[in-house]
Design a protein around this ligand. Sequence first.
Ligand SMILES: CC(=O)N[C@H]1[C@@H](OP(=O)(O)OP(=O)(O)OC[C@H]2O[C@@H](n3ccc(=O)[nH]c3=O)[C@H](O)[C@@H]2O)O[C@H](CO)[C@@H](O)[C@@H]1O
Ligand SMILES: C=C(OP(=O)(O)O)C(=O)O
Length: 426
Amino acid sequence: MDKLLIRGGRSLQGQVRISGAKNAALPELCAALLTAEPVTLTNVPRLQDVATMLTLIRNMGVTAERSEDGTVSINAGALSSPEAPYELVKTMRASVLALGPLLARFGEATVSLPGGCAIGSRPVDQHIKGLQAMGAEIVVEHGYMIAKLPKGWTRLKGCHITTDMVTVTGTENFLMAAALAEGETILENAAQEPEISDLAEMLIKMGAKIEGHGTHRIRIQGVDKLHGCCHQVVADRIETGTFLCAVAATGGDVLLQHGRADHLDAVIDKLRTAGVTVTPEADGIRVQSAGPAHTHLKAQSFRTTEYPGFPTDMQAQFMVLNCVAQGPSKVTETIFENRFMHVNELVRLGAHIQIDGKVAVTEGVAKLSGATVMATDLRASASLVIAGLVAEGETVVDRIYHLDRGYDQMEAKLRGIGADIERVKA
Ligand SMILES: CC(=O)N[C@H]1[C@@H](OP(=O)(O)OP(=O)(O)OC[C@H]2O[C@@H](n3ccc(=O)[nH]c3=O)[C@H](O)[C@@H]2O)O[C@H](CO)[C@@H](O)[C@@H]1O
Ligand SMILES: C=C(OP(=O)(O)O)C(=O)O
């Protein structure tokens, strides 16, 4: 297993190019299953989840080629099997996104229930309930969701879907299924994340009729057929936010090229209140922090909620900043029931954090000291990297396969702006 070796204490200076969003690229690769015509995605990030998704769709008989510049060309003209086997989906929950498109275009799908996830139980009951409301017959057997259209049906039927809670991939599955369904679908309580809007924009280029994306109520008028398109994956707001927190914590002056400030209002607002200078520029965001966080930044309390609230995927990274800023803060995690696994590792580096249920209370310290720590999930890994950049001495972050799942060459990007960080190959 690869590790990261970080020697902390350097400020960060220069420019970083923000990659395409993992959470947009994954549903968009699945959206290519909705048409027999070629689809080209550009700005696709180079990360493990994308590689897994490419393997998954190739295994269905789809042609998918990726080039060095981040372009992926997909042709789902012929499909040998509408199946997502456990072996291929166990490391990536987003594989559930194959269910809606396969069912909508081929009338059947067999998709493994995603494997267990460290951050919470993450059931997929809402996905199943919504697709059943569109007429799909779905049974869960031997760890698989086996879905098909009722006898005599050629398409799903549009309907009104109100989910019990706001679900990002659930909304994406319904959007893709409804695009090819018969009649109108209305999604109430829809997720509003920028990745949903990006997927909707791609589907509209493919000929889908969608209104209201980016709001809680999305209206989709199903069409008979979708065609090919070329679509650029939106910038990754979580990668952007991770670099914002890294620069804020270490001190420095960095331009995050292609970063979208308009997708990060809640995080940027907290950073500014803490004392960080964040300036939207023509094609990116500039972040300036006058020195190590403890010298001038104030810790900030926040509560994770659905977009446009503070993203759960930024909770761990901002918590590190709180750990090394001045004063107390209270972080409340409302989306996932087990998303504080970075806390014990941060404590091993010298952070002062106490957990009480959904709340983590931190008291800023002047310094962290390097140690060997273990990554437990994707954003926990990112938080440990930021902590390592701040800590005195050497930090080794183990089990970084979690990080590789969702960050495009993180250590190379950090090295490019002055961090002392290297990958130690297993
Ligand atoms: C690939 C992708 O885009 N992943 C993101 C997506 O995950 P994902 O789409 O899996 O997360 P959801 O928005 O669905 O989950 C929100 C909450 O609803 C619950 N729930 C969800 C569906 C369901 O059928 N039943 C159910 O109970 C979940 O357990 C969780 O507590 O949104 C999360 C919340 O912003 C992010 O952290 C993930 O990075
Ligand atoms: C939880 C995340 O991703 P996933 O839904 O793919 O597990 C994440 O991106 O932080």
